[in-house]
Design a protein around this ligand. Structure first.
Ligand code: FES
Length: 104
């Protein structure tokens, strides 16, 4: 089982079992303190925005194209911002620490 360390909008840190083989968003949207993911993963709503712990940023596929464009429009954008629907979650990412970004 692969674990995600989730920091919610209240700053509370919780370990969560991540669903492997699907996007990170698929795990997060099932949680009460996760993400809304309104567009269902179509890279058009940005309601799945998370900040990735600096130690993990380089271990993810790069943020580019539509994802980066959409993120840059957000006031809560940071260099470690990702749309969780665009991040495939794998066993190798077990321990990944993310923070749910505020509603924009
Ligand atoms: S779920 Fe809409 S952009 Fe990720």
């Amino acid at each position: 089982m692969a674990e995600i360390v989730l920091v919610d909008r209240d700053g509370k840190e919780t370990p969560v079992q991540g669903r492997v083989g699907v996007s990170l968003m698929e795990t997060l949207r099932d949680l009460d303190n996760g993400v809304a993911a309104i567009c269902g993963g179509m890279c058009s709503c940005a309601t799945c925005h998370v900040w990735v712990d600096e130690a993990w940023v380089a271990k993810l596929p790069p943020c580019q194209g539509d994802e980066l464009e959409l993120l840059r429009e957000m006031s809560s954008f940071k260099p470690n911002s990702r749309l969780s629907c665009q991040v495939p979650f794998t066993e190798a990412l077990s321990g990944l620490r993310i923070t749910i970004a505020p509603d924009d």
